[in-house]
Each structure stands twice: as structure tokens, then as C-alpha cells.
Design a protein around this ligand. Sequence first.
Ligand code: PMP
Length: 386
Amino acid sequence: MDPLLLIPGPSPVAPRILEALARPTVSHVSAVLAADTRLALDHLKSIVFTRVGHPFILAGAGTLAMEIALVNLARPESRILIVSQGYFGDRMAEIAAAFGLEHERLQSPWGSVVAAEDVARRLAERPFDLVTATHVDTGSGGCAPVCAYAAAARAAGALFILDGVCATGGIEERMDDWGLDVVLTAAQKCLGAPPGLAVDVFSPAALERRLSLGAIRAYYADILRWRPVMDDPSRYFSTPCVNEHRALAEATRLIMEEGLAARFRRQAGLGRAARAGLAALGLELLTEDGCRADTLSVVRYPEGLDDAAFRAAWLRHGVQVAGGLAATAGRVFRMGHMGNLTGDQLLFAFEALEAAWSELGRRGDTGAAPRAVREALAGPAAEAGS
Ligand code: PMP
């Protein structure tokens, strides 16, 4: 049997989404596909709480979505402030460097996040016309105060790009209310679809900026070439990922059926439950209290627990997690708990973890981790023991 996929994306894909993926490949300019794409575009606007934003869906992944945001907003003389709490903020800096864009990184140590006051201070010290931030960094597990970052960017007259790859559809992001200029994500994480699609939602101000730029150093990634297709998905620019669009439409339909408030609550509950289960085994997180993402946990290895042996043991019991990125490789494991993951699946994962745990000769109170997960899933009151 395939393992339960608890890497921090792709997240497990629900059967009805896989069924949508397996529907016949129809013409990329057919009314059938246009209807599915239109539905996904409309739902994506709802998911990021925008009435006036312009959503784009392109074949690609989160990294393309990041590149799209930068190349469509940066002027040749732009100065970009990149707020980074880990691996993917650093990637944004690499993309800026690849395009020769002047940028500065405002960085926190892995496991914490940059304070909003520090963003505001830096913006007051030097002029920037673009600010980027990562909502949840999948390397460090840090969840940033992005609403406050956006306010600081707006006050400084800069446009604000939010990388929501590990958050959008799982953690609230209110594009219009918070003044986000681009929200970017990918299909395979909190949206719960299979990998293969990049998503960018541009605000009217972001679209205006693109229009003001004239020619940019992109062809496929130029949103102006895609705009007519997003307005009328039966038009052609470049062949879309037909089956993926159908799967994304179904994934967004599922999200809207669940309801955004309920989904965010469920996601928060999964985060609490995972942390409770890990704590019951005496495991500690890399990420500081106060900025821990609900979509994944980055967990320090205790003395003497070998990364490869641990992950192999858990995998033998049916669960796959990921190792650490960059300097944390071998020192942490990363457990995703996002998208359409159910409480029962999380419980199964912790039962499997306990089995792997004792197989590795580690002692503990048998049943404590699943019990802690069960209690946390029952609600915050149960978790507090009241
Ligand atoms: N940003 C964040 C926050 C991510 O977690 C990831 C993927 N883990 C990316 C960007 C890049 O996405 P992709 O791997 O789909 O290119």
C-alpha cells in the first residue's frame, strides 16, 4: 500500500480529486474545460478573500508562481525588500538575483520570524517599491505576521507579494482587507490538489504596475499574455494542464463545500493535535512558540535518533515524512499536516509513530501520543485538560 503522505507537500489527495484528474483529457479550448477553469478561478478569488483580484493559473509549481510575481512587478530600477524566515524566502532572493534585481534580505534565524516592527523600520530607513514575504516557511515551520507586514508595505508605498505556498487555503489570507498585492501558491499543498499548477492572484494595483512596465523579461510567465485566457478560458495562449485544471476545480469545490472558516478551524486543530502528539513523545519543535505554523511541524531529533533510520521505521509503518532542508538536514524531520488530511489520518500517523518508536528501542508511555492527538482533536478545551 502507498504510504500516507505527511511530507510538507504534496499533501494527500482526496479520492474525489483524483477521480477528477482521471476524467478524459478534453480539448484545451472546450466549453467543458473552460467551465472547470472558470470555477477554479472564481473559487481561488473566494479562498483569498478578494472581489477585485485577478487570478492566474499556469502549468508549473510554486517556484514559477514566485517568479511570475517578481518579473511582472519589478521595474529594472526596483528595490525589493525580501522578508525571509527560512528556505523559501531565500529562494525569492535567488530569483531576484537571477533577474539582476536589486534586493535586500531581512532575515530571522530559522525557527523564528521577522517582527513586523523590523519590517516597518527598514522600510522607513530606505525606499523600497516591492516587499515580499513567506507566510509559512516550509523549511523552518515559521508562520509570519503577514497582515502586519502588508500594512507596513502599504504605509511605505510599496507593493506586497505574499508567498502562500504552504498556507493559502489552510490559513486565512484576506487579500482585499489586508492589502496584499499578489498572493501566490501552488496546487499541491493546502489546496489539496496534485502538483503541477502555479497560482498567482494579482490585485488591481499589481496589474496596473504590470501594465506600466511595457516589455518584461519573460514570455510564458508574462501575465499579460495569459490575461485574455483567464478572462475567457476557451481562448488559447499555451496549452494548459487540462487534467490538472479539472482536478484543481474539484479541489476548490471541496474547499468551498467545507467552508473557509471551518477549513481554517480544522487546519488549526490538526496543527494543535500534531504538536500535542509530538510533545507526548518528548519531541521538541525547531520553531518557537508563538510563530508555529499549523500546516507543518519541524521537529528536532533527540540525542541518538538517526534521521534515516527513524524515517525508514515510520515509513515501514505506513507514513512518510521529510528530512530537514539546508543546514537542518539530519537534525530535524518535517511533518506536513495540511490540505484535506483528516483527523483519523493524523491519528493513524501517530499510532504508526509509536510503533516505529518502540521498534527503535525508544521507551515511552504506550498510547500517550495517540491519546494526546485524540484529545486535541476533540477541541482546545479538551487539550487544556479542562
Ligand atoms: N514557497 C514555499 C513556502 C514552499 O513551501 C515551496 C515548496 N515547498 C515553494 C515556495 C516552492 O514550491 P514548488 O516546490 O512547488 O516549486
